[in-house]
Design a binder for this molecule. Structure first.
Ligand SMILES: O=C1NC(=O)[C@@H](c2ccccc2)S1
Ligand SMILES: [Zn+2]
Length: 262
């Protein structure tokens, strides 16, 4: 069993619906965000991030992305405000990226995609007992999406890209403590928000999406290190590089994209 899905021709987003029918649901992610069609909602406040005490534990290659996991037994590391009725606890963050020179973000903005997209995944521990339970509930998860644009080197992203060689193979994991993702945020927390889903199988429609408008700058050299990661395990002969691990935009189906009123 396990997940036999991927991003290739045989196992990619265009065939996920065969195993995960919800792929054709009415609140799927990602979407194309059209800024001038977003409505401002006066009841929306600013996003508040309390990442001060966050304790990253490890960095891993799960065969789909590279993931930094956090100790979520501590309920101090949260995102709240904005569209959220409760504080949501940080569980992990990971990235989606393209191939050389291609774009790799999941969400697009007026049809334009970015080089990569960072997802900080949080869960509603006030209402649900475990992450897994929250992941199946309509208000269970809050994912903060941050676009990565190619430009100058990102000083703090080096801490992650320098660790990638240690998790080259699918299934590898290594200690990665003391990393605080506050250093990956852009200067503005201005955001768009809408109700959507996981962007990978099982594609549960359980995500309140919060996408920051301002991208962070990373260098082509830093991005190229993500593409050095492999989809294949150490013992396998074949070596397939991890790239283009993004799902394309899905139908909006009448959903409203909201933003902060300026
Ligand atoms: O934003 C998302 N990105 C992903 O890879 C999806 C996911 C799936 C399972 C757990 C956490 C995240 S949902
Ligand atoms: Zn993601």
């Amino acid at each position: 069993t396990g997940d036999h899905w991927g991003y290739g021709i045989e196992d990619g987003p265009s065939v996920w619906h065969k195993t995960y029918p919800i792929a054709q649901g009415n609140r799927q992610s990602p979407i194309d965000i059209v800024p001038h069609q977003a409505s401002c909602d006066p009841s929306l406040g600013p996003i508040v991030l309390n990442y001060d005490h966050c304790t990253s534990m490890n960095i891993a290659n799960n065969g789909h992305s590279v993931i930094v996991e956090f100790d979520d037994t501590d309920d101090r590391v949260v995102i709240q405000g904005g569209p959220l009725d409760n504080p949501y606890k940080l569980k992990q963050f990971h990235f989606h990226w393209g191939g050389k020179g291609c774009h790799g973000s999941e969400h697009t903005v007026a049809g334009n995609s970015y080089a990569s997209e960072l997802h900080l995944v949080h869960w509603n521990a006030v209402k649900y007992g475990t992450f897994e339970e929250a992941a199946t509930a309509p208000d269970g998860l809050a994912v903060l999406g941050i676009f990565l644009e190619t430009g100058d080197d990102h000083r703090w992203l080096n801490m992650i890209t320098d660790a990638l060689y240690m998790v080259k193979f699918k299934g590898s994991v290594t200690d990665f403590e003391g990393f605080n993702p506050m250093c990956l945020l852009p200067s503005s927390l201005d955001y768009w928000t809408y109700l959507g889903s996981l962007t990978t199988p099982p594609l549960y429609e359980s995500v309140v999406w919060i996408i920051l408008r301002e991208p962070i700058m990373v260098s082509e050299k830093q991005l190229s290190k993500f593409r050095m990661l492999l989809l294949t395990e150490e013992e396998e002969d074949q070596r397939i590089h991890m790239e283009n691990n993004f799902r394309p935009p899905q139908p909006l189906n009448g959903r409203k994209v909201l933003n902060l009123c300026v």
